[in-house]
Design a protein around this ligand. Structure first.
Ligand code: KG4
Ligand code: ZN
Length: 345
C-alpha cells in the first residue's frame, strides 16, 4: 500500500471544471475553470453549456494543475473523479477523461461520491483523523446530516431536506431580490450590516412534534414563501435586513439540528461542508454554538467549500490509503448517486 499517494482528482458535476492534486493529506494544487458567467443570464446552470465548457477546459486545467504541483503525469499513483451525483452530461465528461487517463497511465481509477468528497476535503485543512463525526453537508443540490464512521466506507444518513437544498434556497431568494446568480455569495455580502432579527422568518421543522418525527430533516420551502410574501407586501424593504434575517433563519435551523445530532449520537465532532459552508454567518454562529456545546468544529477554508478538484483528490487519496477497491474503468456516472455510496464499484 502506498503511504502518501499522489492523487489527481477531477470534478465536473456542475459548472466547474476542476482538477486538484494531493500527496497524502497535502494539497499541491487546486485549479478551476468555471462556466458560471455563461449561465448567469439564464439564472441557473444550463446542462448543455456546462458539458461543452468541461470538454473545452479539461486539457488546460489538468495541465495547469500538474504544472502548479511540479509533478508529471507519470508520477501520479491514482486518478479520482466525481462519479455522481450531478448533471449527467457534465459528469460523463469528467468520468471519460479520468478513466482514459487512468487507463493510459495504468493506474487505479476511483469514481467517488461528490458529497463524500465535500466532507473529506476537511482533511486538507485539519490533519487529525475526523471519524467518527457528524457532517452537515450543505450544497446547491443537497442538505443532509450524516454520521460518518469511516469516510471511505461507512456513511449513514440521519436526515435531509424534504424540499429545497440550503444553497438552492439562497439562490432562489437572491433571484427574487435581483441579486444575481449564484445567490449564496451575493446574499452573504448583502447581509453585512443588516439586522438579522429585523424580520422573524420561519424555522422549518422545528416545532416540538417535528423534533419527535423528523429531528434531523430540513425544510426551506416555508421560509422561501415567507420571504417572497414579505418582499411583495413591503415595497420599500431594506435589502440588508431581509438578507440578514433570511440567512439567520437558515443558519439557525442548520446548526440547531447539527448540534442536536451530535448530542443524540454522542459524537462531539462536527464537519460542515459544501458550498454553503463558505457562508460567513454560518461559520461564525457554528463556532460560537460548538464552543458552548463542547463540540469540535471543522470547516474547510471557504475556497475548499465550493466545488473543487482537491476534494475529489482528497477522497481518492483516502481510498488508496485505506486499501479500498478501485472502480471499474467502465463505471457509469450516476447522476442521483446516494450520499451513502462512497464510490462506484
Ligand atoms: O457545493 P457547491 O459548490 O455545489 C454543489 O454541489 O451544489 O454549492 C453551491 C451552492 C450554491 O447554491 C451557492 O449559492 C452556495 O453553495 N454558496 C453559498 C455561499 N457560497 C456558495 N451560500 C451561502 N453563502 C455563501 N457564501
Ligand atoms: Zn458540490
Amino acid at each position: 500500500m502506498i503511504h502518501e499517494p499522489l492523487v489527481l482528482g477531477i470534478e465536473t458535476s456542475c459548472d466547474e471544471t476542476a482538477v486538484g492534486i494531493v500527496r497524502g493529506r497535502k494539497l499541491l494544487s487546486n485549479v478551476l475553470s468555471s462556466s458560471v458567467d455563461e449561465h448567469a443570464r439564464f439564472g441557473g446552470v444550463v446542462p448543455e453549456i456546462a458539458s461543452r465548457a468541461h470538454l473545452e477546459a479539461m486539457g488546460t486545467v489538468i495541465e495547469a494543475a500538474l504544472h502548479q504541483s511540479k509533478v508529471t503525469l507519470n508520477e501520479i499513483d491514482a486518478v479520482a473523479v466525481t462519479g455522481g451525483p450531478g448533471l449527467v452530461g457534465a459528469l460523463l465528461v469528467g468520468v471519460a477523461s479520468a478513466s482514459g487517463l487512468a487507463l493510459g497511465l495504468n493506474k487505479p481509477f476511483y469514481a467517488v461520491n461528490h458529497l463524500a468528497a465535500h466532507v473529506s476535503v476537511d482533511l486538507l485543512t485539519h490533519q487529525l483523523p475526523v471519524e467518527p463525526t457528524i457532517a452537515l453537508l450543505v450544497s446547491g443540490g443537497h442538505s443532509s446530516l450524516l454520521q460518518v464512521d469511516d469516510i471511505t466506507s461507512s456513511i449513514t444518513k440521519l436526515g435531509e431536506s424534504m424540499d429545497d437544498a440550503a444553497g438552492e434556497a439562497f439562490d432562489k431568494i437572491a433571484r427574487v431580490m435581483g441579486l444575481g446568480f449564484p445567490g449564496g455569495p451575493a446574499l452573504d455580502r448583502e447581509s453585512v450590516g443588516g439586522n438579522s432579527s429585523a424580520i422573524d422568518f420561519p424555522r422549518g421543522l422545528t416545532q416540538s412534534s417535528d423534533w419527535q418525527t423528523r429531528p434531523f430533516d430540513f425544510s426551506f420551502s416555508g421560509l422561501k414563501t415567507a420571504v417572497a410574501r414579505y418582499l411583495e407586501s413591503t415595497p420599500n424593504y431594506n435589502r440588508a435586513d431581509v438578507a440578514a434575517s433570511f440567512q439567520e433563519a437558515i443558519v439557525d435551523v442548520l446548526l440547531l439540528k447539527a448540534i442536536a445530532a451530535c448530542k443524540k449520537t454522542g459524537i462531539d465532532s462536527l464537519v460542515i461542508a459544501g458550498g454553503v459552508a463558505a457562508n460567513a454567518r454560518l461559520r461564525a454562529v457554528a463556532q460560537e454554538r460548538c464552543e458552548n456545546s463542547k463540540i469540535q468544529l471543522r470547516i474547510p477554508a471557504p475556497g475548499l467549500c465550493t466545488d473543487n478538484g482537491a476534494m475529489v483528490a482528497a477522497l481518492g487519496s483516502l481510498m488508496v490509503s485505506a486499501g479500498r477497491a478501485p472502480s471499474p474503468l467502465d463505471a457509469e456516472a450516476d447522476s442521483s448517486l446516494s450520499v451513502t455510496t462512497v464510490s462506484l464499484v
